[in-house]
Design a protein around this ligand. Structure first.
Ligand code: URA
Length: 227
């Protein structure tokens, strides 16, 4: 392809196979047969995960969140940053950067995740140190009752919802938010993640849509907790 001059710079100069692009110069654009092509070393995005899809690359029973990204650059290398339940909507970040993914999700970094919650009945007051049935004590850094009009549009609010809240936790245990509200004698009927560390789910990103986002820059100032 190089010999036949099919690959050119944007201003039309034929590129040679030995014209290496230093990683620091990526992303950059070239033309292949006159069509623009972006060369990238990495890619990150935000997905507004809809209800009913699982956070998986493959699943025999359910549609996957991954399948919604098939048009994304570097699709094959994208990995989800944490998981959301099938019946949770909202912010699901994806990256090709395994090191960054590991840091963002590692408990030592204690990255806060905020959820908006629809409840079947008002929860009991949150006690000082809440312990779940299995003995686990979630770290809840913010908690508030909410007016329906202050909630993110990504939250599904079924008719049976009688109470609304927002909650911020620093871990991502299995069914953690659902189990917290079960311990408060309530029941979650709608759950949406609206932020993860410094990243907020844009209110105009439609369910099932994704948008590019530089997670490396967003999490650049993140430090682990001292041991
Ligand atoms: N907590 C839950 O219960 N479910 C999620 O999907 C995320 C947090």
């Amino acid at each position: 392809m190089f010999k036949t001059k099919r690959i050119r710079s944007l201003d039309g100069e034929p590129l040679r196979a030995k014209d290496n692009v230093p990683p620091a110069d990526l992303p950059t654009q070239v033309q292949v047969d006159g069509r623009p092509l972006t060369l990238r070393a990495r890619y990150d995005l935000l997905l507004n995960k809809p209800l009913g899809v699982v956070t998986a690359h493959q699943d025999n029973l359910h549609p996957t969140a991954y399948a919604l990204l098939s048009e994304a650059p570097l699709f094959k290398e994208l990995r989800a940053v944490g998981r959301l339940d099938k019946e949770t909507s909202g912010l699901l970040m994806w990256t090709t950067d395994g090191t960054l993914l590991h840091r963002i999700t590692h408990p030592r970094y204690a990255v806060p995740r905020t959820y908006h919650v629809a409840l079947e009945r008002p929860p009991a007051p949150l006690p000082e140190g809440l312990t779940l049935k299995d003995g686990y004590a979630p770290e809840i850094t913010e908690y508030a009752q909410r007016d329906p009009q202050s909630l993110h549009p990504a939250l599904h609010r079924p008719d049976e919802a009688r109470s609304f809240a927002s909650i911020t936790i620093t871990t991502g245990r299995f069914h953690e938010v659902r189990r917290i509200f079960a311990a408060l004698d309530s029941h979650v009927v709608g759950l949406a993640r609206v932020s993860f560390g410094p990243v907020e789910l844009p209110t105009d990103l439609a369910a099932g849509a994704f948008s590019p986002y530089d997670l490396k820059a967003a999490f650049a100032g993140m430090h682990p907790r001292p041991k």
